[in-house]
Design a binder for this molecule. Structure first.
Ligand code: UTP
Length: 291
């Protein structure tokens, strides 16, 4: 029997250097895709997946994130005064259940593994999800995290979302070494962070969605540094593979890498084209560029 996945960690302590100067005074996770910040998509995905507790690992200059998920009485009152009832509802719908949101601070951006480790006391001894808001997933049917939790409930162990990437791009991702693969779920016996294409054990890369057994904290506690002199989550997951089964799920849906400029622009177009109020206008606009 597996324990239920009730808690999700949102590491938002990174510097977002690829988006400077936009991210100088604003967290990368607050960048909007169409009209919603990245972090809100991630939180909504977690809510849809049944997560009950939301743990943000923040850092310097991230107060906008906390404000986003809190009341803004002045704004709410003003919207009501102006009769903007629908907009008032949009602003209230953002708010999570009182008492379900927790913040801890990564005092230095020492890497994703370090950010996750900062949440260890809030997680305790149970499985948990990690969502990186800059990987935005447009799912077909169930959201990506729900698809993963369904697998976890069957199998336990660590479950990550994976996708096939072109061979020449393996050096951007954590890549699985696979021992069995049914075309949907790949069971792995190794994990390599950013391998060169010629050394990559497969082209199955991990995207920013994880379900992890608390065992990973034992490895993270060693605070060993890896690529880029950062404490890497991939390294810690790899080191638990001798005792925790590790599966990659090819999720139904499409992932947009909003940590890169092109991926971010693509996500804006893709999400706008999904919207009834914007589709026609965006299509018209795109025609003017293709001439
Ligand atoms: P990235 O690798 O995209 O790093 O982190 P970054 O700092 O956000 O952006 P660039 O590369 O400088 O442009 C992936 C996720 O992990 C979080 C980030 O906030 C992002 O959501 N992260 C990364 C942390 O929380 N702490 C860290 O020390 C590093």
């Amino acid at each position: 029997m597996t324990k239920p996945v009730r808690k999700a960690v949102f590491p938002v302590g990174g510097l977002g250097t690829r988006f400077l100067p936009a991210t100088k005074a604003m967290p990368k996770e607050m960048l909007p895709v169409v009209d919603k910040p990245l972090i809100q998509y991630a939180v909504e995905e977690a809510i849809e997946a049944g997560i009950e507790q939301f743990i943000f690992v923040t850092g310097r200059g991230k107060t906008a994130l906390e404000d986003h998920f809190d009341h803004s009485h002045e704004l709410e009152d003003m919207l009501l005064e102006k009769g903007k009832i629908d907009t008032h509802k949009i602003v209230l719908d953002i708010l999570p259940e009182p008492g379900s949101v927790f913040y801890t601070r990564q005092m230095k951006p020492n890497g994703l593994g370090h950010a996750v480790w900062c949440a260890k006391e809030l997680i305790g001894d149970e499985p948990f999800a990690v969502l990186l808001a800059d990987d935005l997933v447009m799912a077909k049917g169930k959201c990506c995290l729900r698809q993963m939790i369904d697998v976890y409930n069957e199998t336990g162990g660590n479950v990550v979302a994976i996708e096939e990437v072109p061979r020449e791009e393996t050096n951007k991702y954590g890549v699985l070494s696979v021992m069995s693969d049914d075309g949907r779920i790949a069971q792995a016996n190794g994990l390599v962070e950013k391998p060169n294409p010629e050394d990559a054990p497969s082209n199955l890369s991990i995207i920013g969605r994880y379900i992890l057994e608390p065992e990973v904290f034992k490895e993270l506690a060693k605070q060993e540094r890896g690529a880029g002199n950062e404490i890497q989550l991939t390294d810690a997951m790899a080191k638990t593979m001798d005792r925790v089964e590790f599966r990659g799920l090819r999720f139904d849906g499409r992932r947009y890498d909003c940590g890169s400029k092109l991926g971010f622009i693509e996500a804006n177009l893709a999400f706008a084209l999904e919207r009834d109020d914007l589709r026609d206008g965006v299509q018209e606009l795109l025609k003017t560029f293709s001439q």
